[in-house]
Ligand binder design. Structure first.
Ligand code: F6R
Length: 256
């Protein structure tokens, strides 16, 4: 794991945007895994401003609420179109977001996995993290080998996401999410986390044991995972000074 601590969310986002921009310039047909929620909003804004060429890029979103119509303002379909897709030159047929209204969820999930494989696998997966350590919507105790499937949100996650829906009651209980096994197959993972509210989940994921109680901790087993954190999210890391030194002293060839 490479832990990149920056003074602000904006600075941490800029590092992440540079990593993605470099990938898209070097590999114009890259396959990106994308996340939603409040964390990547700045990232998408920065990527839009960079005016990259998205024509050959393929995207797969991590998750979607079950039962929300795609045009619902809080669906992840709406989120992605509003925050990224309508501002870039991506081909519509290259965009994949789980269908939360599919009649046959297991069949849809198997097809989603096949589509990822057929596209050549995910080159870079953008991740946020829940206050309970979830990645995608793989809640604590999710199988660390799980594939795309339906999951039930924990009361904590529904409480955290009530801010988007106006009330906790309005937050759907069910989601379709890529599994942890799916995420672990991405060639690179890029996790962003901002604010003190994420500090505990980050400290456990980075410096705690690998456990399904903190699903993000499995990223310790991933060969190329970068975490872009602001000071708040990094505030409970015991070895923060070491991570800072490593980043500040990277050999030139390792920079981007
Ligand atoms: C959303 C997703 C979730 C969020 C997480 C954090 O696609 O995969 O894991 O990244 O719930 O959400 P925010 O960024 O709103 O704190």
């Amino acid at each position: 794991m490479e832990i990149i601590i920056q003074p602000t969310a904006e600075a941490a986002t800029s590092v992440a945007a540079r990593i993605i921009a470099r990938l898209l310039r070097e590999q114009p047909n890259a396959v990106l895994g994308l996340a939603t929620g409040s964390t990547p909003v700045l990232l998408y804004r920065e990527l839009i401003a960079l005016k990259l060429d998205w024509r050959k890029v393929t995207t797969f979103n991590l998750d979607e609420y079950v039962g929300l119509p795609p045009e619902h303002p809080q669906s992840y379909h709406s989120f992605m179109w509003e925050n990224l897709f309508r501002h870039i030159n991506i081909s519509k047929q290259n965009i994949h977001i789980p269908d939360g209204n599919t009649k046959d969820i297991p069949k849809f999930c198997a097809k989603y996995e096949n589509q990822i494989q057929a596209a050549g696998g995910v080159d870079l997966q953008v991740l946020g993290i829940g206050t309970d350590g979830h990645i995608g919507f793989n809640e604590p105790t999710s199988s660390l080998a799980s594939r795309t499937r339906i999951k039930t949100l924990t009361p904590q996650t529904r409480k955290d996401n009530a801010r988007f829906f106006g009330s906790e009651d309005a937050v759907p209980h069910h989601v379709i999410t890529m599994g942890i096994g799916t995420i672990m197959e991405a060639r690179q993972n890029l996790l962003l986390a901002f604010g003190q509210g994420k500090a505990k989940a980050i400290a456990e994921a980075v410096e705690g044991p690998i456990t399904a109680i903190n699903p993000a901790s499995i990223l310790q087993m991933h060969p190329v995972t970068k975490l872009c954190l602001d000071e708040g999210a990094a505030s409970r890391l015991k070895r923060a000074d070491y991570y800072r030194w490593v980043f500040d002293n990277k050999p030139g060839w390792q920079r981007w």
